[in-house]
Ligand binder design. Sequence first.
Ligand code: AMP
Length: 286
Amino acid sequence: MKVLRTIGDYKLHLQQVKSGSRTVGFVPTMGYLHEGHMSLVARAKAETDHVVMSIFVNPLQFGPGEDFERYPRDEERDLALASQAGADAVFLPSAAEMYPSAVKTTVSVSGLTERLCGASRPGHFSGVATVVSKLFHIVQPDRAYFGMKDAQQVAVIQQMVNDLNFPLAVVPCPTLRESDGLAMSSRNVYLSREERKQAPVLYRALQSIDGWMNEEPHMTGAMLEERLRRMIESAPDADIDYVQVLTYPGLEPVEAPLGAADTFIAAVAVKFGNTRLIDNRLFQKQ
Ligand code: AMP
């Protein structure tokens, strides 16, 4: 596995890869890898010839007072896991090279980014769209792999790729979970033992949706939000940021009863102590 730390080194590496007309699969991450990240690499390996993972804790997507400084980092462990997962190259740029001077050009996707996490984390998605577009230009992938745990991010990146004609396919991948249902996340290490015990309530609430919809065929988005909220609040340390039922990927309120909706997403963000967790479930008519 190649480890590339500068844009110049990556470009030289890419020349060799492209001269063999191999397709490039790309998995952007912020590191502190877990099985969720590794599953994206596995999918990329199955669908492309050469898999590049990036590890970059992007300062631009953290707001003031968020966890940029304390975000978990462990390069040695990450490189071992990336190699184990079968990545062909890891790109680890420095913040100094990615943002050599105060940034004057950013990418923002309107509408989609004003809801859910965008409402609680102003500027977050512009930071994401900016770094992902820079990484797309540098890495030049044919396919880029993103986890549906961050469903709003997938919608924003897909919109950006369509609007700006990036010549690549965005591939959404399923959320990997711990055995008790908690969505894997680098931030799970922040949870205290007691918070960790309570956190799977998010998954249990999302899993209850099927039963509730069977009981109540005319369930609306607002009714479902209320049920989810009540169940999540049964965990004593859960502090709800949002519980929302929206169309996907448009992220608009669902007008009709949910049974008639083509596709909707139930998305939650909940703080346990200082740790903000997100999770969601997507419902698609067959
Ligand atoms: P992050 O390092 O948290 O920025 O995540 C990098 C990529 O991994 C993003 O596309 C995430 O959506 C994805 N990811 C994070 N957690 C999971 C998970 N539990 N299952 C699948 N993909 C995930």
